[in-house]
Write a protein of this length. Structure first.
Lengths: 347, 146, 1017
């Protein structure tokens, strides 16, 4: 019996090999195992042979969309400033995409960071990925030397350690509340589309905080980010944080201090999250990348919830839906406007 | 009156008000022309359009020590630049909820629509915002000590 | 004719007069604008909101008035009247009497101290007597000129010199002049435009309304003032008797209109249906209880303009009641309420009680205006409106004198604005050789390059008499300003805006080598241009300037807290200094103008526009997709006034073809458009490349052909069924043998006012009735039935409706639930329709069935609108820049629209609109260069990610992605400097010159600095 992920790995290698052999793509982006258990490494296959190194398992957590703009750029003929854009079709890149990654690519396409026609997307309907930190927590942060996956369980081994863990107990937070596991754009699918997941408590984490008092929320927020060392791993892992000069590095104007004083850290996290408003597809890369275990995803999840409530849209669901903050409707909600709420109170 | 209450009554917050040039700034002028009195807490920054105001500017005001922020533009449909206030409305709706989520008191950051003929409304809003901010006391959360 | 005069007299300072004056003054003519009251603004300034956008009337009007008041080439003569006009087109001699204001406008600072101290209260005519004002007064808060005037009728001093005189004592500027006398001006002009407006009908002539007897019966104009925030109850809607908010309000339509018996006004006033709906909607919005029952009693609901029908639909959805009934008695009821007695369509008598009754009064010509018209030799028609014709809609009976606005016929604001531009065009057509001969131009010395200099800031703190100084410690503020970084001079002035201080400021700038200036005084909205001009006179770029508003936003609003007001003034000065420190000199951008026009569409609108420009010497390329000139107009028989259209059209075609300035391109369409105002480049389908400074879009519309569906009525199946235009064709060709027809039926609203086309096609009622009259006059024996929903013969067209009824044409109303049923019996038509008056089905057997089918937009206007970056409304018609005040401009500068592509309209309105478009285009073509915004967006290519948010939020299409760099690029010719792109950009890659994030942050951070101990206070 092979596991679902093993079957995916097989088909993925085949597809990628085919694409490279036929010359349809110049490179294929996927994952390969690293030296550490539970840490997969993004991998670019450039020859058919290299596709044998591709692997798919529950630890492919960082969003591969993050590598696309630079990879595509590297495949273009060199240009000096002022040169006209190259003529004719440019080399393509093949890439694996789950639901959230594909939605992320949609946003990247809408924001001109990648071009749809240069991507060959192999879609995988996501079964959810495993949170390495949760596994480590369950085994008491013991040394782990290998993890063997089954469809529903993980066998974790280390010196003096052999523990079977229910996969669904250690699923990543973003995957646990994901309702769109299917890719929205793809050229080939591996396996079937699963359809929308019905989930009663999609925004549970957010709602818990919303229900706190304003003071308690401030305390939650500051304690959550208290350990932040401003390493920007979250920003770097995010495919939508692509500004050449990030606001944190800007000195004219200087929006935020560079220190790890609480105020500076708080403003950093507020702006970082707000910049993702209406764009974040909840791939969870930021959180997975954070060395300090900060749950900054809750911030972007909150923004996702509000944008959905206010404007009925979610980022990346289709190439034709404009990004919510670059569009408007005449009758958008405005009860937050003081003059409107005062009018309401009078009535 | 208790000491705290007295102190609160005396304390005059500083509120940064970003007003669009065509409607709300004109409304503030009309409040003056009509001599509607309101508390001396506002520091008005004239901007071309409420659509010019970004989340960063609002955060910057708080970081600089403003006890409150007011952004005011033309009523929907009246924007001098056709649609600036519509984009602003989305930007602010999302920002306001988000700031409240991380623990910034709802009354710190305020938005309003005030037209050029609404002098009295401007005074009302200025008074209302001041009262609300006064109740909260001086802002501390995002204030950067330089 | 010898060289004409280069100036024009405009009589009447309402919106029409103001628009005509601005169009003329901006295209090279000197304008004398005569207004009888103390301020311009006219009736529009009295309105609360305007339909159908619910825009605040004063807000949208004010900028135009201010522009008019400040214009170097408009001589504003308020409190003035025209005595006589002699001469001929090109050279008129005008006598104007200007009545004394008793206030020196050069000195008055509009502080209002005079009015506060004036002991004499008089009814305020601006509020129609509902409120009071003083004997010294401002006509309204935003008045232009913003100068007080003394009312000699009521001034105690003027009546009995020696008494009172408080205003003179109180005035800090010494502006009161009791010795002022009337002056007579002799003015020479080349042309005259009359924009004398209307007077609301006085319903005290009609006893049944109860007006004048019961306090809670008010006119619609009075109700506007009750709603207005600047009105007598400050926008808290109150009824007159007890100042309580009325919870149940009735509107009575057609008071003084469509009434030959009692009011002697047979015409329809055109605007009352819409303003009543607007008032009902706004009343509910204004209501503090949130619960107002609004009922409109009407005969026909006439919502025939752009966006009106949708507004009516929404009002019904929102629960406003519409009763098709004529109220015949208004009786008193308990509690100051009113009891209305009315007969419904079913003939039954009913009663209902209301807390307030609003009379939707019509528009009529003021008797004083009638006298003036008589003096000037201008013919008025039987309704006392200026006589015009459909083909010459703004020409009066006297050559060289033109008319616009409600003086020619009752009409709404956009129509008046359109005609104002059209009238300006007619004047320009006579006077174009004298363009720029009488205008004045301001010259400035070359500017000093201050780039390398460290900031040397001068701060001028104004006392504004005592307006600021009585509250704010101006000396302390001045002392404080000295301490601020970069400030090398600070001084206090009594009146910074007075001519001598201005002169002195220019000297100081030069002597002290100042390179930046801050004035702490009143509001930049009124005074920034004045001080900026002073900088330019002193050789400094005008953008190196900031104002601190320490009067309107400080001393006036903190009168009881001088200490806080002084601290606030210091903060405001510190903020302005922080901001000005970062200001850069900016270029006075301009775009060189290619002095030729592109006109798209060669129907009546396009040809009229082309001729209007070519006659002034501007080359025009006229593009027509079909292979002959004439357009939709080819299909029409005659105007509602009875003039035949085909001979007129032939004449127009001849004139276009023989005009050497017009290059006609038939069988061509637009393929590609680039550039912006002043410099467009357009490629046609025939490969031709055209460079042009402006474009006029006049591509027309189509007639709806109901080939299927519920509006089919056997059209295309039975030969006796025609559309209006098909019948017109038969009239033109003489193919109708009316003598042998026994019965004709017209069905109105075929495909209009339905969910799929939710607008009124405006022209069909009049057109159908005129055809019916034509048939009936040819064969009086014929039975003619009109099956209609509402008859919308607006304005003077109502006379046709009356005539049709008098001729015995029968009108049967139907509604959407009871659409007439048309069937065939042995090839003969059979129509069944329910007559609501007898409440029974009527069966008809016509030999002719005419369908008044909708005017629908052309399917290809969408592509054209994209090419020119113009907007479209949801109906598929092209959308103007502003529905009220910019009816022929697109939001894209340099592109204008006219004719049916804008909205269905009759030929007279099409002609007026085409001329208006030509006038607006003339504003560009008459200059060598057009100014462009200086405060524009700039892209930092290092930071730009090419994400294109900026291009999406820009309403002007001024930011686009450069395909070469993949990054944003700003077209400064299109950028208006709103900053939507700046706020949208996450990367700080796009900024506004002098309004960048850094500069705004500098002001914000300065606001938060504390005043150091020992400084100032």
């Amino acid at each position: 019996m092979t596991t679902a992920n093993e079957r995916i790995t097989q088909e993925l290698r085949q597809r990628a090999r085919q694409l490279l052999e036929s010359g349809q793509v110049a490179a294929f982006v996927g994952y390969t195992s690293g030296s550490m258990p539970m840490v997969m490494q993004p991998f670019v296959a450039r020859t058919p042979e290299e596709t044998d190194r591709l692997e798919w398992n529950s630890f492919c957590v960082l969003n591969l969309a993050n590598y696309l703009p630079a990879l595509l750029k590297s495949l273009e003929p060199p240009r000096r400033p002022g040169d006209p854009p190259p003529e004719g079709p440019l080399p393509k890149v093949g890439v694996v995409a789950t639901g959230c990654w594909s939605r992320n690519m949609v946003v990247q396409i809408q924001e001109n960071q990648v071009q749809r026609e240069r991507l060959v997307i192999i879609g995988i309907s996501s079964r959810g990925m495993v949170d390495r930190k949760k596994v480590l927590g369950l085994v008491g942060h013991a040394d782990v030397t290998s993890v063997k996956e089954d469809d529903n369980s993980l066998l974790v081994k280390g010196p003096g350690l052999e523990q079977e863990i229910n996969r669904w107990d250690v699923i990543r937070d973003n995957c646990a509340c994901c309702v769109h596991p299917d890719p929205v754009i793809f050229d080939h699918m591996i396996g079937d589309l699963k359809g929308e997941r019905k989930l009663g408590e999609r925004f549970k984490q957010v709602e818990e905080i919303e229900n706190m008092s304003v003071q308690a929320r401030w305390e939650w927020f500051t304690s959550e980010i208290d350990s932040c060392i401003r390493c920007y791993a979250c920003r770097n892992a995010c495919p939508l944080c692509y500004c050449p000069t990030c606001f944190v590095d800007d000195s004219r104007p200087q929006w935020v201090g560079k220190s790890i004083e609480p105020v500076d850290t708080a403003i950093f996290h507020i702006i970082r999250a707000y910049h993702c408003a209406g764009r974040c597809t909840d791939c969870g890369s930021c959180e997975s990348a954070c060395p300090m275990g900060i749950r900054m995803r809750i911030l972007t999840k909150k923004l996702q919830k509000d944008v959905l409530e206010l404007y009925g849209t979610e980022a990346g669901m289709s190439l034709d839906t404009p990004l919510p903050l670059s569009t408007y409707k005449l009758d958008d909600p405005q009860d937050f406007v003081l003059t409107e709420s005062l009018k309401g109170e009078k009535k | 009156m208790s000491d705290i209450a007295k102190k609160q009554a005396e304390w005059q917050p500083k509120i940064i008000a970003f007003l669009c040039n065509w409607c709300s700034y004109a409304g503030a002028d009309l409040a003056g022309v009509s001599r509607y009195q309101y508390p001396p807490s506002l520091r008005i920054v004239r901007v071309p359009c409420s659509g010019r105001v970004s989340a960063n500017m609002i955060l910057d005001a708080l970081r600089s020590g403003a006890d409150g922020v007011l952004v005011s533009g033309c009523h929907p449909g009246d924007c001098h630049y056709i649609s600036g206030n519509y984009y602003a409305r989305r930007r602010f709706a999302v920002l306001k909820r988000f700031l409240e989520f991380v623990g910034i008191e709802p009354d710190r950051v305020n938005f309003s629509w005030i037209s050029a003929s609404e002098g009295e409304q401007f005074a009302e809003v200025a008074t209302e915002v001041t009262e609300r901010v006064k109740k909260l006391g001086p802002a501390r959360h995002l204030v950067k000590e330089f | 004719m010898s060289t004409p005069k280069g100036s024009v007299l405009v009589v009447g300072g309402g919106i029409a007069g103001v628009q005509a004056a601005l169009d003329l003054a901006d295209s090279g003519f000197y304008v004398h604008l005569v207004e009888k009251s103390a301020a311009i603004g006219g009736s529009m300034s009295q309105l609360d909101k305007t339909f159908p956008t619910n825009d605040c009337s004063a807000c949208i009007l004010s900028p135009k008035l201010v522009e008019c008041g400040r214009h170097l080439n408009i001589n504003l003569l308020t409190l003035s009247e025209v005595l006589s006009i002699d001469g001929e087109p090109g050279s008129f001699k005008v006598k104007v009497r200007q009545n004394p204001r008793y206030v020196d406008v050069d000195k008055c600072i509009a502080c209002g101290n005079c009015a506060e101290k004036c002991p004499k209260k008089v009814p305020n005519e601006f509020d129609l007597g509902l409120g009071t004002r003083k004997a010294i007064y401002l006509r309204y808060p935003q008045a232009v000129p913003l100068k007080y005037a003394i009312d000699p009728e009521h001034c105690i001093y003027l009546k009995k010199p020696g008494r009172c005189g408080f205003c003179e004592k109180e005035c800090p500027a010494g502006a009161i002049n009791f010795k002022d006398t009337p002056r007579e001006h002799d003015i020479e002009v080349g042309s005259v435009i009359l924009a004398l407006g209307f007077k609301p009908f006085d319903p005290s002539r009609l006893d049944f309304t109860g007006y004048g007897q019961f306090k809670n019966v008010v006119t619609s104009m009075e109700f506007e003032r009750l709603l207005s925030p600047s009105g007598p109850c400050l926008g808290h809607m109150e009824r007159p008797s007890d100042h309580q908010e009325p919870r149940k309000i009735a509107w009575l339509q057609c008071v003084g209109s469509r009434d030959i018996n009692k009011a002697c006004h047979g015409y329809c006033s055109s605007v009352c249906c819409m303003y009543a709906i607007k008032q009902a909607v706004i009343a509910r919005e204004h209501s503090e209880s949130g619960d107002v029952d609004a009922t409109i009693f009407f005969m026909d609901m006439r919502t025939h303009g752009k966006g009106f029908e949708a507004y009516y639909d929404r009002a019904r959805e929102e629960g406003i009641n519409f009763h098709r009934a004529r109220v015949h008695t208004v009786l008193p009821a308990g509690n100051d309420n009113l009891k209305l007695r009315f007969t419904g369509e079913d003939g039954k008598l009913r009663e209902d009680e209301f807390e307030l009754v609003v009379l939707s009064v019509g528009l009529e010509t003021d008797p004083q205006v009638m006298r003036l018209a008589h003096q000037l030799g201008i013919h008025l028609d039987s309704d006392s409106f200026a006589e015009t014709t459909c083909f010459q809609p703004v020409e009066t009976s006297r050559k060289g004198i033109f008319v616009c606005g409600a003086l020619a016929e009752p009409k709404d604001i956009p129509q008046s604005v359109m005609e104002a531009s059209a009238a300006a065009l007619e004047a320009e057509r006579i006077l174009y050789p004298a363009r720029w001969t009488e205008t004045r131009k301001k010259e400035f010395p070359p500017e000093r390059d201050v780039h390398a200099e460290p900031p040397r800031i001068g701060v001028f703190v104004c006392s504004c008499g005592i307006n600021i100084a009585s509250v704010v410690d101006v000396q302390a503020v001045t002392d404080y300003a000295w301490t601020l970084p970069g400030v090398v001079l600070a001084q206090n002035n009594l009146f910074t805006c007075s001519q001598d201080t201005i002169n002195q400021m220019a000297d100081i700038i030069k002597k002290e080598n100042l390179n930046r200036v801050v004035v702490a005084s009143c509001t930049p909205r009124t005074h920034e241009p004045l001080f900026q001009e002073t900088l330019r006179e002193a050789g400094i770029n005008k953008f190196l300037f900031e104002m601190a508003n320490i009067r309107d936003q400080d001393s006036w609003v903190h009168q009881n807290d001088p200490e806080a007001a002084t601290i606030k003034a210091m903060d405001l000065v510190r903020m302005a200094v922080a901001k000005v420190r970062g200001d850069d000199p900016l270029p006075y951008n301009s775009v060189t103008v290619t002095k030729s026009a592109l006109v798209i569409g060669a129907g009546v609108a396009g040809m009229t526009a082309a001729l209007s420009l070519a006659d002034q010497g501007f080359p025009v390329t006229l593009v027509e997709r079909k292979d002959r000139l004439g357009g939709h107009g080819r299909k029409f028989f005659r105007t509602w006034q009875g003039q035949e259209i085909q001979p007129y059209l032939e004449e127009l075609v001849d004139m276009v073809e023989s005009n050497e300035k017009i290059d006609v391109c038939l069988g061509s369409t637009i393929q590609e458009v680039s550039g912006s105002v002043g410099q467009f480049k357009t490629r046609l389908s025939n490969g031709k490349e055209i460079e042009h400074g402006v474009a006029i879009v006049a591509v027309g519309a189509e007639s709806y052909k109901p080939r299927e569906g519920r509006w089919n009525f056997l059209y295309g199946k039975n030969p006796a069924v025609h559309t209006l235009l098909e019948l017109d064709q038969k009239f033109i060709k003489g193919e109708i043998d009316a003598k042998n027809l026994n019965q004709a039926v017209f069905i109105h609203c075929v495909g209009s006012r339905v969910p799929e086309r939710p607008y009124c096609s405006r022209v069909c009622c009049t057109h159908a009735i005129d055809q019916a009259i034509h048939l009936k006059e040819t064969n009086p024996e014929m039975d003619i039935f009109m099956l209609y929903r509402d008859i919308r013969t607006y304005g003077k067209r109502e006379h046709l409706y009356q005539k049709a009824r008098a001729l015995g044409i029968i009108f049967i109303r139907y509604d959407l639930d009871n659409i007439p049923r048309v069937t065939e019996e042995n090839g003969r038509l059979r129509i069944e329709v329910k007559d609501p008056i007898i409440d029974a089905d009527v069966t008809l057997h016509p030999d002719l069935l005419v369908l008044a089918s909708a005017v629908r937009p052309r399917d290809d206007v969408g592509e054209l609108s994209k090419l020119f970056k113009c907007a479209m409304s949801s109906d598929g018609f092209l959308l103007e820049a502003h529905m009220k005040l910019r009816p022929v401009d697109f939001a894209t500068d340099g592109v204008y629209l006219a004719g049916l592509c804008h909205y269905p309209k009759p030929v007279e309105e099409t002609i007026a609109q085409a001329k208006a478009a030509a006038s607006r285009a003339g504003l560009v073509l008459s200059r060598d260069a057009v100014p462009a915004e200086s405060i524009t967006a700039v892209v930092n290519l290092q930071k730009c990610t090419g994400c294109s948010v900026c291009t999406k939020v820009c309403a002007y299409h001024a930011v686009n992605m450069d395909p070469n760099t993949g990054k944003a690029a700003v077209d400064t010719g299109l950028c208006k400097g709103c900053g939507a792109c700046v706020a949208g950009c996450r990367s700080d890659a796009i900024t506004l010159k002098n309004l960048g994030n850094e500069q705004i942050m500098a002001a914000v951070e300065a606001a938060m600095d504390d005043i150091q101990a020992g400084q100032g206070l």
